[in-house]
Design a protein around this ligand. Sequence first.
Ligand SMILES: Cc1ncc(COP(=O)(O)O)c(C=O)c1O
Length: 383
Amino acid sequence: MSPEKLLAARTGRESVYLPSNRLGLYLALRHWCTPGQRLLMSPISADEILFLVLAAGLIPVIAPISVLDGNIEMARALLGTIDAVLTTNLYGLPDDVLGMAGLVVIEDAAHAAETSVDGRPVGTFGVAGVFSLSKHAGAGSGGVLVVDGAADRRALERERDLLLQPGALRKDLFGVATSVGRRLALKLDMARPAMRVAQIMGLQEPRDGYRIALRPDELRAAVAQAPGLPALDAWVQADLHDYRSSRGAVARWYQGRRLARLQGERARRLAGVARLAELPTVARGVLDHVDQPLFRVPLLVSDRDVAIAALERRGVPTGYLYDPPYDDYAEPFVEPSPDREAARWWARHVLPVDPLYAERALPVVESLRPAPPPGDRLLDHAA
Ligand SMILES: Cc1ncc(COP(=O)(O)O)c(C=O)c1O
């Protein structure tokens, strides 16, 4: 079955196929927001998310986050002046969507393809939910946008088609081959060669630390042309240069097949979550969601870089690190959070571990020292 049909079945919504999640988030923001509006968002998410918000002509209003789960802390967010909210569902831990009732919410479900809240899938709470097929499904690329009405679905398809660039069978085959190769290398305990190959092939952007170079002067000039994606392509395309190129039948078949296989991995993922949740370093928010097949299990550790290197030696690559928070990374382009400390602490200490590789990771992660406590003030808020 096609990825869009599978996700329509999971969510009970209308669905739109996309070459990437990020294109879907852009389309949703353009469809439900108007340029100049203020969008509440977490400072802890992938680089491209900030840039596509800027491309949509919106003002990123950075929210305080919770030290429990790294998601927006609604109780401390200043809601009076915001027009819409973008969730993150970091590593699969759900955002407080029930606390967002009454707001225009766009859900980034990239990390939360298998997460439910009160029995209802993430991606069904907001006006739109956007999935990424390169995360849980490990399909290399692809995305699906879900919405409630056929009229919105058709309008979004039209808007998508205006932004799509032509694809090519050769590129689709290359994308499928690299995705298969990377998964195989990981399975065979060859994570390091696989990562090196990805870098050589340009599948991984060069980074200053964990973020791509901001190039503020060029970025300012590009943002002046918003709304519009092309001017910001160089930033939005991080790690996925063909994020808005059409995909053909082969790529879509592969993505659907990978997505359909998730069910078979579910028990293994849950077992990994349960095992990692026993560690003293686990983020406390995980303990409320041990019944969810998370994308990653966030640990909060003292010496993260040493841990990353040790995990790599055992064949467990670490990715999805969003450090520093957006308001430190790109301060002139956002409205900073009124309280940045929790995000700084989280960004500096979080170590996301793939639950499918829990057994391989355990000899390293079992002995890690917990992060220094974030301070009573932050814990009091979170309690
Ligand atoms: C939280 C989050 N949202 C969205 C994306 C973008 O997904 P895609 O690569 O499918 O555009 C990513 C990619 O890493 C992500 O980590």
